[in-house]
Design a protein around this ligand. Structure first.
Ligand SMILES: NC(=O)c1ccc[n+]([C@@H]2O[C@H](COP(=O)([O-])OP(=O)(O)OC[C@H]3O[C@@H](n4cnc5c(N)ncnc54)[C@H](OP(=O)(O)O)[C@@H]3O)[C@@H](O)[C@H]2O)c1
Ligand SMILES: *[C@@H]1O[C@H](CO)[C@@H](O)[C@H](O)[C@H]1NC(C)=O
Length: 346
């Protein structure tokens, strides 16, 4: 009732005062509560986050283990196992317990690798003694005969890794078509013949996996590599058809397109006159370590990826540029060709 004696303005003032006091008191209490609740929520959110990360990592680890387990005891054929990437692939697939059929032309080099694999007993899984089949991919008859030999090794093939290949360095103007044919025989017709010879058995079992080691140059063409880029483009095209046609038969297809790898590829490349190029290109020398690329190959095969580019930012962007801004890409390649003049290093 005291309020009635007050002037309305005073009354309003007091009421305001009381309200503010109540409010600040409750605010004091609630800010404590809010802080406590904040603490609880942030702890909860943090543990939820950590939990998620934990579950996710565990899930990834399990998936990785399961995928590697899928390759345990799988029959894996690797062409070009005598050197570079193929050799490193042999090591990683052997370590996860695959039954390997190692292919190449050099029997001695294959034997050396088999000995090395036998000596590396560091793996926790049961490993298998690899078999060896030697043949020249440029010889279709020999390749078809080799396919029969490959099938006899373990009775069937689960994964065929078409890795063997030869590179080329030269100007189109100076290169006779015979040289183009040689590159195509090794990089394209050989793997196609081998694949076709092994496919019926895969289709019959409704199981199988064909893997191609292509190249970034299967997606974009760089000057002075015409025959090589053409063979890799052809590989990509063949595999894309193969994937579509064989899906209904339970056979998977993976195309891997690496950038530069530190191997003997440029040393072993064919020059315009058909001779061995014999130069270690700087780009190749600075490329990725083959063992690292082999681990990426293993992961892609285990996950049955369809198409993987294993390259750094610049080549990956170049692939997009070729599609999205072809005129710009062509101008860049022409300027590169002008600068290089000779098919030396690129
Ligand atoms: N290095 C790179 O920068 C790079 C980049 C992208 C893609 N790649 C690709 O990676 C794959 C492996 O090459 P790499 O770099 O490891 O080169 P590499 O060290 O020269 O190995 C090539 C392999 O292919 C085999 N080979 C060559 N011609 C053959 C033939 N006519 N018949 C049967 N086997 C043959 C060789 O074995 P024999 O000599 O015992 O026959 C050798 O094992 C190739 O397909 C290549 O195109 C390489
Ligand atoms: C390159 O060739 C040499 C000689 O044949 C060999 O010793 C070496 O292991 C090869 N390098 C790779 C990465 O395969």
């Amino acid at each position: 009732m005291e309020n009635c004696c007050l002037h309305p303005r005073q009354w309003r003032g007091r009421r305001m005062h009381r309200i503010t006091a109540d409010w600040s008191r409750s605010l004091g209490k609630s800010s404590l509560t809010v802080r406590a609740m904040d603490c609880v929520t942030s702890t909860a959110v943090l543990s939820l986050l950590l939990g998620c990360v934990g579950v996710f990592s565990l899930f990834k680890l399990l998936r990785c283990l399961r995928m590697k387990a899928r390759l345990q005891d799988a029959v894996v054929v690797i062409t070009g196992a005598t050197s570079g990437l193929g050799r490193e692939c042999a090591k990683v697939f052997h370590a996860v317990g695959a039954k390997l059929v190692l292919c190449g032309r050099n029997r001695e080099a294959l034997g050396q690798l088999a000995k090395e694999l036998a000596a590396s007993r560091a793996s926790e899984v049961q490993t298998h003694t690899p078999r060896m089949v030697t043949f020249d991919l440029a010889d279709t008859g020999a390749t078809v005969a080799a396919a029969a030999e490959i099938l006899q090794c373990f009775g069937h093939v689960d994964v065929l890794i078409n890795n063997a290949g030869v590179s080329y360095r030269g100007t189109i103007l100076d290169t006779p078509v015979d040289v183009d044919r040689r590159v195509m025989e090794t990089n394209y017709f050989g793997p196609v013949a081998l694949t076709k010879a092994l496919l019926p058995s895969m289709v019959q079992r409704r199981r199988g996996h064909v893997v191609a080691i292509s190249s970034v140059q299967g997606k974009i063409s760089v000057p002075f590599r015409s025959a090589y880029a053409a063979s890799k483009h052809a590989t990509q095209a063949f595999c894309d058809c193969l994937r579509a046609e064989l899906e209904q038969h339970g056979v998977a297809v993976t195309v891997l397109s690496p950038g530069y790898i530190r191997t003997n590829l440029s040393l072993n490349a064919i020059a315009a006159d058909g001779s061995r190029y014999g130069v270690m290109d700087e780009t190749t020398a600075q490329g990725r370590v083959p063992a690292d690329v082999a681990r990426d190959v293993l992961a892609a095969v285990a996950k049955k990826k369809e198409d993987v580019v294993l390259a750094s930012l610049a080549p990956s962007l170049a692939i997009y540029l070729r599609t999205l801004a072809p005129a710009l890409f062509f101008r860049l390649m022409a300027s590169r060709a002008r600068k290089e003049q000779k098919p030396k290093d690129s």
